[in-house]
Design a protein around this ligand. Structure first.
Ligand code: NAD
Length: 514
């Protein structure tokens, strides 16, 4: 396989070959001195010996942990070690029916009857308990999902608690949120979430639904169910009335049973666009309300007048954060032609310093890919990029022998018709393109089926306003990237879905329209 060493760092440029051995972990002797070698850190693993994983996780229905009717369980794997962490109950349509009935009883008997200020107190209590258990939950999240402890500890968990705090504040103020209207809950919400931010996606769904007076049946993704069940223990500790939140675990069939259940009033889904389309077809002709938070292919646009070092840091965190498992990841970089060589040089140097490895090590920048299936998907799309003629620059970081890993990478020579410019890779792989004028940048940025997020880097405030208003993206960051706050609405255009989560807008999907 012909590989050409870069002049600058331990990044390599891969040319000509049609496929790549993604699992090649280069021996240390083959590596040239890079920033990574000079700045060696001793391992700094987060303590995990106090974590008490149960051998089996049951369903949480009507306030109790119950075995699935089918008696079936599936394994949850630590993607960094490929070791089995626990067995997870597989809920079938019968279990989902029990969960919906429990949610309906709770809705009729308690949750829709108590005043908003009482619901708010429960949400505050849940937020406080999440804060108390935050470290343990962060470790569990990293073990089960592969994300780095720095992210789960410093980003995910604080935001999870913040969402419950924020919506606790709205629970008794709904009539002020929507003046002239009488806000009424919908009933039972079926909520289906993905694996990239397991607890955070649960918080995005549960907190506004509960604040508005709905009860919930939540399904976590099959590769990251463990923390949702630990969250159920927090609901018990908060003495949340039985059945207000029910958690059913399982894969697509379990999700389908929720979507098809006739007694569910609202479906809130976060996941892939392909499954989102199936859900849209499934609810047509029913009275179910639907919101969809789907995939993305965000453009990060960097102008010649941008502070380049700052922009490169933003680009790095925009794509390599959480292994690129981020719906709003800045996975396309649009660089104005005059600064292309400088940006590429800095990017190449910077990815050579990123540490890939043990998610529980506090120095790790890039953790494990969530599953074998996701790793295969990344490899397939990278191969397609090479076959279609793009040029790959990839860090030569050593990958651990066990587990699912992908080195930080970027493509140059990408054209708008390449699959890597149009499809969501959902891994640490960036597609770099150039533009000359602001108009061309806007056209290129909008040229995908998605419309979730975007980024603009420039010194000129007027340019920011001009560009932002023309980008078809639900969220646009300016001179920063991937910043989240519970007060700020999030959601997409086009094939990235519809409806907003977060902020005052996030209440609307859970209220009847009057
Ligand atoms: P996915 O669509 O495969 O799965 C998402 C959830 O849907 C899982 O819980 C899964 O079990 C369930 N599911 C699968 N088939 C189903 C069916 N037929 N009926 C009902 N439920 C079904 O997505 P994923 O691979 O878990 O997650 C990655 C995707 O999520 C990416 O496309 C990403 O962009 C998107 N995402 C979007 C946002 C957002 O806010 N827009 C946030 C996070 C992730």
């Amino acid at each position: 396989m012909p590989r050409k060493n870069s002049r600058h760092s331990s990044a390599i440029v891969v040319r000509e070959e049609k496929t790549l051995d993604h699992r090649v972990a280069l021996p240390l002797s083959e590596r040239r001195l890079s920033f990574g070698d000079r700045w060696s850190y001793a391992p700094a693993p987060e303590a995990s010996d106090y974590i008490k994983l149960r051998p089996r996780y049951k369903l949480f229905i009507g306030g109790k942990f119950v075995a699935p009717r089918s008696g079936k369980y599936f394994d949850s794997i630590n993607p960094a070690t490929e070791e089995k962490l626990a067995e997870i109950a597989e809920a079938d349509a019968h279990d989902v029916d029990l969960a919906v009935k429990a949610a309906r009883r709770a809705y009729n008997n308690t949750w829709s009857k108590i005043p908003g200020r009482e619901r708010g107190k429960f949400l505050y209590r849940i937020a406080r308990l999440i804060q108390e258990k935050s470290r343990e939950l962060a470790v569990l999240e990293s073990m089960d999902g592969g994300k780095t402890i720095r992210e789960s500890r410093d980003i995910d968990l604080p935001l999870v608690a913040a969402h419950f705090f924020y919506y606790a504040g709205w629970a008794d103020k709904l009539e002020y949120a929507f003046p002239g209207r009488t806000p009424r809950p919908l009933g039972v919400a079926g909520q289906i979430i993905p694996w990239n931010f397991p607890l955070l996606m649960a918080a995005w769904k549960l907190a506004p639904a509960l604040a508005c007076g709905n009860t919930c049946v939540l399904k976590p993704a099959e590769t990251t169910s463990i923390t949702a069940i630990h969250l159920a223990e927090i609901f018990q500790a908060a003495e949340l009335p039985d059945g207000v939140v029910n958690i059913v675990t399982g894969a697509g069939e379990t999700g389908k049973a929720i979507v098809d259940h006739p007694k569910i009033d609202k479906i809130a889904f976060t996941g892939s666009t392909s499954v989102g389309k199936l859900l849209t077809q499934a609810v047509v002709g029913t009275k179910k309300k639907l919101t969809l938070e789907l995939g993305g292919k965000a453009a990060n646009i960097i102008f010649e007048d941008a502070p380049i070092d700052q922009a490169v840091e933003g680009i790095i965190s925009g794509i390599y954060f959480n292994q690129g498992h981020v719906c709003c990841a800045g996975s396309r970089l649009l660089v104005q032609e005059g600064i292309f060589p400088a940006v590429i040089r800095k990017l190449r140097d910077r990815i050579a310093t990123l540490r890939v490895g043990n998610p529980l090590d506090k120095n790790t920048d890039i953790g494990a890919i969530n599953s074998r299936m996701q790793l295969d998907k990344i490899c397939e799309l990278v191969d397609s990029g090479l076959k279609q003629g793009a040029e790959l620059v990839q860090s030569r970081v050593r990958l651990p022998a066990k587990g699912y890993w992908y080195p930080p990478s970027f493509f140059t020579g990408v054209t708008a018709s390449h699959r890597i410019a149009q499809e969501e890779i959902f891994g640490p792989v960036l597609s770099v393109m150039t533009f000359r004028t602001p108009e061309e940048a806007i056209e290129r940025a909008n040229n995908t089926p998605y419309g979730l997020s975007a980024g603009v880097w420039t010194d000129k405030g007027s340019k920011i306003f001009k560009i932002v208003n023309k980008l078809r993206a639900g969220v646009v960051w300016a001179n920063t990237y991937n910043k989240f706050d519970p007060t700020s609405p999030f959601g997409g255009y086009k094939e990235s879905g519809f409806g907003r989560e977060g902020g005052l807008h996030g209440l609307l999907p859970y209220l009847a329209p009057n």
